[in-house]
Structures are given as C-alpha cells and as structure tokens.
Design a protein around this ligand. Sequence first.
Ligand code: HEM
Ligand SMILES: *[C@@H]1O[C@H](CO)[C@@H](O)[C@H](O)[C@H]1NC(C)=O
Ligand SMILES: *[C@@H]1O[C@H](CO)[C@@H](O)[C@H](O)[C@H]1NC(C)=O
Ligand SMILES: *[C@@H]1O[C@H](CO)[C@@H](O)[C@H](O)[C@H]1NC(C)=O
Ligand SMILES: *[C@@H]1O[C@H](CO)[C@@H](O)[C@H](O)[C@H]1NC(C)=O
Length: 516
Amino acid sequence: MAVIVQLVQGLQSLAGHLTNPANLTQILATAFIGIALILILTQIAQRINVDKNAPPEVPYWIPYLGSAIAFSVNPIGFYEDNRKKYGDVFTYTMVGRKFTVCLGIEGNNFVFNAKLVDVSAEESYTPLTTPVFGKGVVYDCPNHMLMEQKKFVKWGMSNDAFRAYVSEIEEETRSYFQRWDNKVGGKGDLFTAMGELIINTASRTLMGPEIRGLMDESVAQLYHDLDDGFQPINMFFEWLPLPSYFRRDTAHRKMRDIFMKVIEERRANNITDKTDMLQSLMNQTYKDGTPFSDVDACHLMIALLMAGQHTSSTTATWALLFLAQEPQLVKDMLAEQKDVLGSADASLTFDALKNMTLLDNVIRETLRLRPPIIMILRKVLRPLNYTGTDYVIPKGHYLAASPIATQVDEKYYKDAYKFDPRRWESIVEEDSGETVDFGFGKIAGGGARNPNLPFGAGRHRCIGESFAYVQLKTLISTFLRMYELELTEKGMPGSDFTKMFVQPELPVEINYKPRK
Ligand code: HEM
Ligand SMILES: *[C@@H]1O[C@H](CO)[C@@H](O)[C@H](O)[C@H]1NC(C)=O
Ligand SMILES: *[C@@H]1O[C@H](CO)[C@@H](O)[C@H](O)[C@H]1NC(C)=O
Ligand SMILES: *[C@@H]1O[C@H](CO)[C@@H](O)[C@H](O)[C@H]1NC(C)=O
Ligand SMILES: *[C@@H]1O[C@H](CO)[C@@H](O)[C@H](O)[C@H]1NC(C)=O
C-alpha cells in the first residue's frame, strides 16, 4: 500500500512540476542536452571499436535508424555519393543492421557467386517471404530444396506452354481495354491497368483457369492484402501488431485454401490435361524421394505470384512511358510486327515474338534503366575477405548487390541514362561459353561479370525471365496496335523507392488515342 501512495504522490508532484512554466524551460533544456549527448555518443561509438580490416562505414546521426532515411529517399544517389568517397565497397547502417554493398562488376560477382557456406539468402529474406508464401518453400527450406523447386517451376515454363500462353495474353489484353474509351481516347491510369493485366494474364496462364475465374472478386483482394504484407517494414520487423500483418496472415491462409481446392478438384475429376504451372507442381518428387506435397505446391504458387507481379507490371508501365516519348520508335515496332507476321493484324504467336528483336531490345533497355529490384541481399555467415583488397566483411553483416550501378555506368553504356533500345543491336553480351548448373538447368557461368543483371545471377538467378518476356512482349505489342500514346503534362514520373520493388511515383497517367 505504502508503495502505491508514494507513487501517486510522486506522480502528483511531477504533474505540478510539468505545468509550472519555469520548470518547463528546465525540462526542455534537459531534453535538448540529452539529445545532443546521444548524437555525440553516436558519433563517438562509430569511431571507437572500429575493426581496421572492415570496409569503411558511412557515418550517421540518428542511432539505430542510421542511413535509413537517406537511403530510402534515393538509394541510387546514396550509392553514387558514397562510392565517390569510399570506393566500391562500404558499409551503411539501417534499422540496427549493417549492410555492406559491393558495387561494380566485381561486386556483382562477389555477391551473386558467393559460396553457400559463406552467405545465406534465406536468412535475409525469410522474415519477409515466409509469412506470405508459407512454410517449406523458397527461403523456408535448405538451399538444395529451393534449387529443386526452381527445377519444378522450369518444367512448367516449357515452349509448348508458352505457345498456348501468347494467344491467351493477347485476348486478355484486348478484353481488358474494353473499359477504356475506344472512340475518342482520353487519359488512362497506366499503372493500375498494367497491374491488373499482369495479374489477369499470369493467373490465366500460370495459375490456371480456375484461379483466373476468381480473379475479379476474391483473389484480387487477397492479393492486395498479401502485397501490403510484403513491404520493407516486414523485412525489418518479422511481426508487429499492425492490421496489415493480421490481414497478410489471413490472406495467406485463404489463398492457400483456394489453390488447395483447385488441386483437390483436379484430382477428384482425374484432370491431367492442363499445361499450367499448378498442374506441373502437383506431381513432383525431390531427388531423395521426398514428395513435394500439395501444400508445398500451393505455397510455391503464391511465391510465383508475388515474384512475377510487380516486377513485370512496373516493367510494362515504364516501357510504355518511354515509348510514349518515342513516336518514331513505335512506328518502327509496328513495322517490325508487320514484317514478322506478314500483316498488321495477324494474331501474335510465340515463334513470331521470338523474331521481334526491336521489341526485345525495348524491354531489355527498360530493365537496364528501371530494374524493379535494386538491392539483392545475402547474410554473411562467416568473415569474408573481399577479393583483391584487405577488407574482411564481418559475420552478421548483410551483403548487398546493386546491379543497377553498373547498368547506368558510362564505363559500360554510352549516354548511360538515355533510353536507346537500338544500343543493344551492337552489344554482344559477353559469353565465356562456360555454364553452371545449380540444379535448375544450365545458366551462363561467367554471368555475374555482365554489367547488365536485372534478373540477378548465380544460384538465385531468376527463372521467370522467359515467361516475363513472353508476357511483356505480347502485352506491349498488343497495346501498341490498339493505341497511340503521349505523356501527360506531368511528364515522366520519378521513382518511388519505398516499396519492395521500385515503382513509378503514383499516379501514372497517360494520354491515349485509339489507333485507326
Ligand atoms: C521483369 C520481370 C522480373 C525481374 C526483373 C526479376 C528479377 C529477379 C531477380 C533480380 C532475382 C534474383 C534475386 C536474388 O538473387 O536474391 C529473381 C529471382 C527469382 N525470380 Fe524473378 N524477376 C522477374 C520476373 C519473375 C517471374 C515472372 C517469376 C515467376 C513466374 C519470377 C520468379 C523468380 C524466382 C523463383 C526467383 C528465384 C529466387 C531464388 O532463387 O532465391 N521472376 N528475379
Ligand atoms: C478417377 O480415376 C479413378 C482411378 O483411376 C477412378 O476410380 C475414378 O472413378 C475416376 N474419377 C472420375 C471422376 O472419373
Ligand atoms: C505422376 O508422376 C508419376 C511418376 O513420375 C507418373 O507415373 C504419373 O503418371 C504422374 N501422374 C500424373 C497425374 O501426372
Ligand atoms: C523467324 O526467323 C527465322 C530466321 O530468320 C525464320 O526461319 C522463321 O520462319 C521466322 N519465324 C516466324 C514465325 O516469323
Ligand atoms: C582473410 O584475410 C585475413 C586477414 O587479412 C587472413 O588472415 C586470412 O587468411 C584470409 N582468409 C582467406 C580465406 O583468404
């Protein structure tokens, strides 16, 4: 009892103190000195205890947060500025973690080809990905299982499957734009349109017709809830009592149940003639005999949905924004279509798309300048010597690769910031002829020394590239046949770096006019 009485008296006297103006000044002065002390101590802490072999560190004022704000406003500028001061390899602090970025083609190679005993992708990504995808797949299993899962997925991306997909994507695109004004034209919300089209086409092709059928109602909302739980905050804080975290968890369960029901129905009806991804994941076994269960298949389907959505939809958006400024290029692209297909309105086919090199180069150039993924992470498992230097990167740091740095480097690309798809006509991508196989098929071995790596390299390299190209090429060529484009008075949008995947600053509108 006495304790409580004392406590109440103490609180009363404190309240009296606070409301007295003379004391308020004193309190503010104390707070000011306190903050100044923390700032000074933060600076001192950064100077003592430095490991002289560790790479240089970017200094910061706010403890814990470190450089988080400067980085998220403009990561590319942040890297460029610090690269001038410290060179290609340096460490910065964000939200209590140390990131050591390795820039340049050597840096790309160092991170992408780091050994499994030295670094771990799963330890970096799992707080973000596992609650969304579910357990047992991707970054919630040993790496050798991920390598086999990537092989299962590749089997679902055969050329035969792609042949069927092209007409489906063309049809989805045409039917989507029924909602735009096809008499006089107007202002269209390009970003929203591309987001919806990519999800409609991916669900129609990879996910299966059953999922596509649900896309306009329940699944679209579930996707949004999953997406809201797939943000940088989720990477730093595995769990917080926020509504977005609860909605994410509910959406995950519902999404898994939807895929599960489709699988059960296919099994019950002995349906085996489907060529989509779901069907190919339904009957897989790991090399050691462990079956890939139906729950695993559902989880991997969610992972593919998340991996392919923003990457492709932002790429489609940027490509069309660039094209809106290049009417002559668009004319040349339409001429290329006519050339390859024999007529301007013949249906697209997979084999014809392969011959459209200008279209190909437009997508390649868009991804060079606007790669959706600008930071690739691996957690350091044991001290790592950085090739060719005395630097030892401490255990516990996150290694970061940022291939965009070489993608916009004058050293490799003349007028590096200019959108010039034809530059690819004279670039022969270096091919050492060596290949490696991490378990999901052969990929270029010297690949990580290529300055243009929007799909990454090494064992974690993207397996969705060919699907993304089929989807983007079909969508963009169909779109260009339908509309003439122009930027609005707002011009080209800037980039928003605060999302997991870089996207244009919203809203993104475009002036369109139906083509006669
Ligand atoms: C323009 C489109 C795309 C871009 C720019 C892109 C980019 C990337 C990058 C940079 C990585 C490497 C990540 C790392 O090393 O940590 C990656 C991995 C991956 N991507 Fe893509 N991606 C795209 C589309 C897709 C699509 C459509 C799918 C599936 C349908 C997909 C599935 C995957 C998978 C399964 C991985 C492997 C992750 C790992 O092994 O750790 N991606 N992607
Ligand atoms: C599916 O196949 C099994 C065994 O082959 C058979 O018993 C069952 O009746 C079939 N179901 C349907 C719906 O055809
Ligand atoms: C599943 O795979 C096994 C062995 O690989 C094969 O014998 C069987 O026909 C497959 N079943 C279906 C439904 O594809
Ligand atoms: C694509 O180009 C190749 C080589 O020029 C040609 O043999 C083939 O018929 C073309 N295919 C289509 C569908 O245009
Ligand atoms: C890494 O560097 C340290 C000190 O610079 C050295 O003692 C060690 O042997 C090196 N380790 C490897 C694997 O090269």
